[in-house]
Design a protein around this ligand. Structure first.
Ligand SMILES: *Cc1c(COP(=O)(O)O)cnc(C)c1O
Length: 375
């Protein structure tokens, strides 16, 4: 196996992958309609459920060829019954995307906006549910990747269920990183993409959801042809293959990534992500950088770092310096506060972060940016 140049990606996914995952894509050409490939997909669809401790009698996964947003599109367009509403718990760029999907499909929805620098207020969510008995779906994002805020999904899910609504969660940036138990966390549908927590390649996204509700959704209004959850689910169940062409090579990479996931283990992997996060926090502190979100509200997967107050600060120049040396950093997504992000995703560990900070310090000095960082 030839070595591929190793880049350390500190952006919020796609993440750094192992060489074994990269090479798993190199397979003999195969038509995805062959039984051999179908069997691979049928096995994989159950693995996605097992990763979130789902009971296979109650939960199933539905796969799509596309980036993570395809799941948001599919869940929202497929799971709202006629004459009912969806409530979007909006405290960041990714939950806001849920509201945008509602707008695009002209769906009746409540866009319940909260500060993007804080977790949502449960009392406000409860009041909205009390005031709107026609809400059939509550939608939230587990980890707002734009800021690094971790939302209390178990509590929001309990509220949804108390008011007879189902709970749909975007877990794209927590799945296979922060342990999730779909049933205990009061989640009916969750979503993820192969290239983030699973450390595979881009192009394969999937929803894990309650089978009973999936079957009921057969009779709900259809709003999208390509992204309908029920049609995609029933096709694979009945025909043993995906409705439309799957991302073949990504599926092979994902098979290998799942194998490596089980080898590392749920707890071991989450411990590693937290170790990487701790190394990021330590490195930032050493240079005098300030982060935005209070530690107790952080996912420990994304750190939003305030731009220095220094006339020589230039994100692009610092980014380019680090990029040259194999480290990728990423701009922020907090509307009016200029930040950049450092993330603890991917097949990296604390020593990679220590190496990155050596390079970052060089990059800062190279650009005459004062150390310690000025605010
Ligand atoms: C990455 C991500 C997505 C998907 O984004 P794509 O650009 O479509 O891959 C969705 N939700 C969250 C929370 C994410 O972090």
């Amino acid at each position: 196996m030839e070595k591929v140049k190793r880049n350390v990606l500190l952006n919020p996914g796609p993440a750094t992958t192992t060489d074994t995952v990269k090479y798993a894509q190199i397979v003999p050409d195969i038509c995805p309609r062959e039984k051999e490939f179908g069997e691979l997909m049928l096995k994989m669809k159950d693995e996605f459920v097992k990763i979130v401790h789902g009971d296979l009698d109650k939960y199933a996964s539905v796969m799509f060829c596309g980036s993570g947003t395809v799941n948001i599109d599919a869940c929202i367009s497929s799971l709202v019954p006629a004459g009912k509403k969806i409530l979007i718990v909006n405290n960041g760029a990714y939950s806001a995307r849920g509201a945008e999907v509602c707008e695009y499909y002209h769906m009746d929805h409540i866009n319940l906006k909260f500060s993007i620098e804080d977790v949502p207020d449960l009392a406000v969510i409860e009041k909205a549910l009390k005031d709107n008995p026609d809400v059939a779906v509550v939608y939230a994002c587990h980890h707002e990747t734009g800021t690094g805020i971790l939302n209390p999904v178990r509590e929001i899910g309990a509220l949804a269920h108390k008011y007879n609504a189902i709970f749909v969660v975007d877990t794209t940036s927590t799945y296979a990183m922060i342990p999730i138990d779909i049933e205990k966390d009061n989640i009916d549908f969750l979503m993820a993409s192969a290239q983030k927590g699973l450390m595979s390649m881009t192009g394969l996204s999937f929803v894990v959801g309650n089978k009973k509700i999936l079957k009921e959704s057969k009779d709900y209004p259809t709003r999208s042809y390509y992204c309908n959850l029920y049609t995609q689910y029933s096709f694979l169940e009945e025909k043993g293959e995906m409705h439309f062409t799957p991302p073949v090579q990504t599926v092979y990479a994902t098979q290998q990534a799942i194998k490596e996931y089980w080898e590392e283990g749920e707890e071991g992997k989450w411990a590693r992500h937290q170790r990487i996060w701790a190394a990021i926090m330590k490195g930032l502190k050493n240079l005098g950088f300030e982060d935005l979100i209070p530690v107790e509200k952080q996912s420990k997967l994304v750190v939003s770092v305030r731009y220095p107050n220094d006339p020589n600060w230039n994100f692009t120049k610092v980014h380019d310096y680090c990029f040259e040396k194999g480290f990728t950093i990423y701009p922020g997504k907090v509307s009016d506060i200029p930040t950049f992000r450092l993330c603890s995703l991917g097949a990296i560990d604390a020593p990679d972060v220590d190496d990155f900070f050596v390079t970052l310090e060089e990059g800062l000095r190279h650009n005459n940016i004062k150390i310690p960082i000025q605010y």
